[in-house]
Write a protein that binds this ligand. Structure first.
Ligand code: PHE
Length: 478
């Protein structure tokens, strides 16, 4: 391994960083709200099946490709053949798009964390808005930009520190902290009267959503698949990047198993904090994205004075989750430039590179911060107006009036499934699953379940990805 790039210091540190990348807003916000609006248990079941088939397999593929080539996605694909380089670039584009909206959402989480801290100190943290804070915050552009910057600077400082001394060091402390805070909140919520209905919604077998004409089986499948992908940080080269910093003695198969299991466990735990809390206070969990910012704030303010403390803990935990994810995205972009500099025979300057790209991401984040998440009456024009896109067919509403949705659609909806599909096809059919096996066996541990992985690379993953893409297109064009 090239020591100009750096390397993880320990297996534990790597795992915390990788689980940290996976565990993010996708788990603590996306998972409960998508589960809430997609029939609870039915969604969970499909999610688990997908994680075991597609998730673990793509995870292993990415980690192995990263470690084999010792490069981020662009360099990794390029080292097989120049004609594959573009697949790596898709990951870089995804990185910019995801980080652009992630930083705005991360900024909002930071703001709630500060608001509850102020409440604890006896100051009105909600700027006189009480439960209407979310509605106020969306139009407080100065605040949104300020907190987005604060969140990005936190991300930047960690990435500047490098792989072992920055990302690993932070994750090794932050992730265990996140786990214990979440556990504490779960126990506290479990003691609230009325919490039981929340657990029942999550764990009681109920498939009535499949006969719901608006959602149905395929609707649930599509949401679960998209969620699983985003939540595991797959399809954009994040795990290729983290894998590229692994030593050859690491047991890749074991790691590719631990990361999805931990990610799913945390998502479930987040559900067990959020759903029962809602049911205890008579609030709905099926209300979609507002769950994290509007509904949960109401929950904490209804808990009385202790609620300020729990509220602070809750948003602090989401802050940790969001930062450990955003550093992994910034690292994808930073690694790309580092690899390029090394390939030119020059000395890479990690600090300079990461500052430069953070500024670029920030510029891209501005439209997301200035359009009030498409709530109307915003400071800037909606994507369709600004970009002059005339298409007004059905499905248009998905991305017409919200920059976040547009970035998300391009990244999570299109580029990430394409990325994972092509990787699986290349591994399964062109390079053959054997290259993964060989890379894994470098650690000395035997590769287990070859046939299973082979079938998944060849058929299951490509078919599942094709399905997501078709479903996406159908949504898009009505
Ligand atoms: N997995 C992160 C989450 O659940 C988001 C993410 C996506 C991180 C892609 C890195 C790469 O929030």
């Amino acid at each position: 391994m090239d020591n100009k790039r750096g390397q993880w210091g320990s297996t534990f540190g790597f795992l915390m960083a990788a689980v940290g990348s996976a565990v993010g807003l996708g788990n603590i916000w996306g998972f409960p709200y998508k589960m809430g609006s997609n029939g609870g248990f039915a969604f969970l079941l499909i999610y688990l099946v997908l994680a075991a088939t597609v998730g673990i397999v793509v995870m292993l593929g990415e980690l192995a490709l990263g470690r084999k080539t010792g490069k981020g996605p662009v360099g990794a694909y390029q080292s097989f053949a120049k004609k594959y380089t573009w697949i790596g670039y898709m990951g870089i584009v995804c990185g910019f798009l995801i980080l652009a909206f992630y930083s705005v959402l991360g900024g909002m989480v930071t703001r709630y964390m500060v608001a509850f801290t102020l409440q604890l100190m006896g100051v009105d943290g909600f700027a006189g808005q009480g439960g209407d804070f979310f509605g106020f915050l969306l139009y407080d552009y100065g605040g949104l930009i300020f907190f987005c910057m604060l969140f990005m600077v936190t991300t930047l400082v960690i990435v500047m520190g490098g792989i072992e001394k920055g990302i690993e060091k932070f994750s090794a402390i932050a992730m265990p902290a996140l786990f214990f805070i979440l556990l504490f909140i779960i126990i506290y919520v479990a003691c609230q009267p009325g919490a039981g209905a929340g657990y029942a919604f999550m764990f009681k077998p109920d498939f009535s959503v499949f006969s719901d004409p608006e959602i149905g089986f395929f609707g649930v499948l599509k949401s679960a698949a998209g969620q699983m992908f985003f939540s595991l940080s797959l399809g954009m080269g994040c795990m290729i990047t983290y894998g590229s910093y692994l030593s050859k003695s690491e047991n890749l198969q074991r790691n590719a198993f631990i990361i999805p299991v931990a990610d799913t466990a945390i998502a479930l735990m987040a559900g067990m904090a959020v759903m029962p809390a809602c049911s205890a206070f008579g609030l709905e969990y099926t209300r979609g994205p507002g769950l994290l910012f509007a509904t949960m704030q109401t929950v904490f303010t209804s808990m009385g004075s202790f609620g300020n403390f729990i509220g602070f803990l809750f948003y602090f935990l989401i802050f940790i989750a969001a930062v450990t994810s955003s550093i992994s995205i910034l690292e994808v972009i930073t690694t790309y430039q580092i690899d390029k500099t090394i390939a030119k025979g020059k000395e890479p300057n990690r600090k300079k590179i990461s500052v430069l790209y953070t500024v670029a991401v920030f510029v891209l984040a501005l439209p997301v911060a200035l359009d009030a998440l498409g709530s109307g009456g915003a400071a800037i024009q909606a994507p369709y107006e600004m970009l002059g896109i005339e298409y007004k067919g059905p499905g248009f509403a998905m991305w017409n009036d919200c920059w976040l949705d547009l970035y998300d659609l391009v990244a999570e909806g299109i580029l990430m499934p394409i990325g994972a599909m092509i990787m699986s096809i290349l591994v399964g059919w062109v390079w053959k699953t054997d290259i993964i096996k060989k890379e894994c066996e470098l650690s000395g541990a035997a590769f287990k379940g070859y046939k299973y992985f082979d079938i998944c690379f060849k058929y299951v993953v490509p078919v599942a990805m094709a399905f997501i893409l078709v479903a996406q297109m159908m949504d898009f064009f009505g």
